[in-house]
Design a protein around this ligand. Sequence first.
Ligand code: GDP
Length: 205
Amino acid sequence: MKINSAEFIISNSDVSKCPLERLPEYAFIGRSNVGKSSLINMLTNNKNLAKTSGKPGKTQLINHFKINLNWFLVDLPGYGYARVSKKTKEVFQKFITDYFEKREQLVCAFVLIDIRLEAQKIDLEFINYLGEIEVPFCIIFTKADKISKTKIDSHVAAYRKALLANNWEEMPQYFVTSSLEATGREKLLEFIDGVNEEIFRSGNL
Ligand code: GDP
């Protein structure tokens, strides 16, 4: 998929205020600092679309970006950042769960995982939650340039093992990415393109 346009539409903390258009929507979520903003900017070929910053926990809203005029990329708040006050945390968790449970246009969630780290409890809990509410998701491993190419497979295998230990029957579809090297960009955009085509063909949204 070629990115012809990427436009910021709206930020909010209320799922009922998200755009009304019936366009397929892809949500990007992960722990703060996982590389979500960098990935969004890399995917859309736009250095500034999502704010990258050294201050994790800063973007705490649901951000809608319209891509190629026919799908939405949704940037969700990073989770699990200790310095966010408990109250704020509770609030955004509620609107995040509202988003996942009520947003009919959501066709796939991308859960971002730093490929260097052992499986983290908070990510596994979040993945299990998506399973419970039956939201389709893929895993995006980030920062692949930070480990040697030969280690990528073993890190993915370790993650698969952690998921199987959490009662998952198989590894979900996953992508290995590096925003620094634009790794995984084509595959991810191709995947989105394929899902979009299927949705437009079936008229199911
Ligand atoms: P966010 O909090 O999840 O939006 O994370 P950011 O995109 O702001 O990235 C957090 C930090 O990781 C920044 O210092 C980025 O430069 C760095 N980073 C993000 N993606 C990559 C990547 O693919 N490779 C490398 N080497 N660094 C990355």
